[in-house]
Design a protein around this ligand. Structure first.
Ligand code: ARG
Length: 469
């Protein structure tokens, strides 16, 4: 079949080439953006006198009918059409005839693909942001209910100091908030219209790019034609933002895996989000958090993939860039479902506060409180207080109890220091609440952090970037 670009060719392209060259199998999902872009382009051509009113109307009608066919699943995407741009253009020509052939005036597939793909990326940037906010909202809902739920805070996965569960959850939210902001920054940086720059050098027509930018919801047109058709850093921004988000999600997922094990038993995942073993009937596996943890790997791969494709490409457009889409589609799809399922897993899991508390009483978590008490009440240098506390810990170890279970008498025997009120200080909850510095774990400080995040979420929800893309 003759190609739209077939004029100079004497021979038809081989099937092998058609299959190798085509992007239609995956870029067909850009159809809506392609039609939107074509409609605005036609409007612009009308305004600069390239199209007659009647031609313009035919084109718009034709594009709308193609849009309908695609929506109804009646449109045939053909490999010979190569990509979404030529599929729609050739369908338009078949539908309306000669006027359809004028649509590609002052336009190249290079600026067309740059437009479609950028609209897709910006659109999903907004969709992902809505889901991140939703996830933070869910986590805060759990955090609010658990600001007095004592658990062991860890470093090196070893019991360190008592914290409350809500505080741990707020820590997750803090990183997710930065992820949200990273997406937002990328949106702002990339919200510029590529259309109208032609193949690489601009066009001899008076393309009204300002009008098209406005109509399509972009802040302004891009600056330089060459840069516009050859750059894919807006897609790399997306892949990086997703990688960072999924890296954070993988850490959350890892904690869910750990916490749902018999060794921790801090939570139980709902049956709806757990799986069984085909051989061991007793098993309930955390496949969902494991997959969430694993999905980050393929997202990092997609980022590395596109970075590698782009590396060393001369300006301007090169066909290598066609390799930009599948990784982005994959990462976006993965992110959308990951955010949905993580939210559900968190909402449906059961929490065991009694087990968390029990574990917070193992491992002398309040030893630092004893050292701090010695500093404050006995005016000892911290290093000295640390040494003495170490001796008390050794004593408790020998006795087979936690430091919080020792009384003043016993501590006096080891340290020869009268420490009135130390018993209360070594209490796990008191220790948690003693960490009342800004950003600390005390119930009050945790609530303060929750309030700040909630206020931020409400502001974001009210002014949330709505995209026209
Ligand atoms: N399918 C192509 C892509 O995804 C569209 C641009 C083709 N441009 C060209 N000059 N061959 O990159």
């Amino acid at each position: 079949m003759a190609k739209l670009w077939g004029g100079r060719f004497a021979q038809e392209s081989s099937n092998l080439l058609d299959n190798f060259n085509a992007s239609i199998v995956f870029d067909k999902q850009l159809w809506e953006y392609d039609i939107k872009g074509s409609k605005i382009h036609a409007k612009m051509l009308l305004s600069i006198g390239v199209l007659e009113k009647s031609e313009y109307e035919l084109i718009i009608k034709g594009l709308e009918s193609i849009s309908e066919q695609i929506q109804k699943g009646q449109f045939e995407f053909k490999i010979v059409d190569e990509d979404i741009h030529m599929s729609i253009e050739s369908a338009l020509i078949a539908l309306i005839g000669e006027s359809g052939k004028k649509l590609h005036t002052a336009r190249s597939r290079n600026d067309q693909v740059a437009l479609d793909f950028r609209m897709y990326v910006l659109d999903y940037n907004c969709k992902i942001r809505v889901k991140i906010l939703d996830l933070i909202d869910t986590i805060l809902f759990l955090a609010k209910k658990n600001t007095d739920t004592i658990m062991p805070g860890m470093t090196h996965l070893q019991h360190a100091q008592p914290i409350n569960f809500g505080f741990h959850l707020v820590a997750w939210c803090a990183s997710l908030k930065r992820d949200y902001q990273r997406f937002f920054d990328s949106f702002e940086r990339n919200n510029f219209l590529p259309l109208g720059v032609g193949a690489l050098a601009g066009t001899p027509y008076k393309n009204d790019r300002d009008m098209m930018a406005k109509e399509l919801g972009f802040k302004a047109p891009t600056l330089n034609a060459m840069d516009t058709v050859s750059e894919r850093d807006f897609a790399l921004d997306m892949l990086y933002d997703i990688s960072m988000l999924l890296m954070h999600i993988s850490r959350i997922a890892e904690e869910l895996v750990l916490w749902s094990s018999y060794e921790f038993k801090f939570i139980a995942l709902s049956d709806a989000y757990s799986t069984g073993s085909s051989i061991m009937p007793q098993k309930k596996n955390p496949d969902v958090p494991e997959l969430l943890r694993g999905k980050s790997g393929r997202a990092f791969g997609n980022l590395m993939g596109l970075l590698t494709v782009m590396k060393g490409l001369p300006l301007a457009y090169n066909k290598d860039t066609q390799e930009d889409k599948e990784g982005v589609f994959d990462s976006v799809k993965t992110t959308m479902i990951s955010l949905d399922i993580l939210k559900e897993v968190l909402l449906t899991m059961k929490i065991y506060p009694e087990n968390m508390l029990k574990m917070a009483k193992i491992g002398h978590l309040t030893a630092t409180d004893l050292a701090d008490f010695l500093v404050r009440k006995k005016n000892l240098p911290f290093r000295e207080a640390h040494r003495i506390t170490g001796e008390v810990v050794a004593f408790a170890e020998k006795k087979g109890v936690d430091i919080s279970e020792l009384d003043e008498e016993e501590i006096f025997q080891i340290t020869s220091l009268e420490l009135v009120g130390i018993k209360k200080v070594l209490d796990t909850r008191a220790s948690m609440n003693a960490r009342d510095s800004l950003g600390g774990t005390s119930t009050g400080r945790t609530e303060e952090q929750i309030n700040i995040l909630e206020k931020w979420i409400n502001e974001e929800k009210n002014g949330q970037a709505k995209t026209n893309h």
